[in-house]
Design a protein. Structure first.
Length: 152
């Protein structure tokens, strides 16, 4: 039975995963270094970063409840909200396995060019993390989380 879209949890689908992994080149050759998100996360926290679908800024699809850097990369946990049409569609696509990628939207603060091409990303101002079909970093993936794991 489908949860009520206006229930206290918003009829939300809990998700989690790594939006970025450290020291792994993406398809453009860019490499995010540990600590790249630290200042941005300290300044705005998870709630200051938008959850979008395919980087479309006009219609957010959920909220991020937790974001943290660990030894692997940028771990995120949040809820896709089913109260709006785009959120319902996104939740359905995730639940059916049609989309499972994560991608970051950011402004580069500090970087260094890499000899092989691409950039070493040293400090980033994180704006959004999107649920996407094809992430620029193919290893950046989400999974459906246990509801208790996500802070309401």
């Amino acid at each position: 039975m489908e949860p009520d879209a206006f229930a206290p949890d918003g009829g939300a689908l809990p998700i989690e995963g790594y939006a970025s992994l450290f020291n792994i080149p993406d398809l453009n050759g860019d490499v995010v270094r540990p600590g790249a998100f630290a200042r941005s996360l300290k300044r705005q926290g998870a709630r200051g970063v938008r959850m979008l679908f395919q980087h479309e800024a006009g219609e957010p699809v959920g909220v991020w409840d937790e974001m943290r850097e660990d030894a692997t990369g940028l771990f995120v946990r949040g809820r896709v909200l089913k109260a709006a049409p785009r959120g319902r569609a996104t939740a359905s696509l995730i639940a059916q396995g049609a989309v499972d990628g994560l991608s970051i939207g950011f402004r580069t603060i500090r970087f260094a060019p890499l000899k092989a091409g691409g950039r070493e990303l040293i400090e980033l101002d994180l704006w959004e993390v999107s649920v996407v079909t094809f992430p620029m970093l193919p290893q950046a993936r989400l999974r459906v989380a246990e509801p208790a794991a996500v802070a309401a």
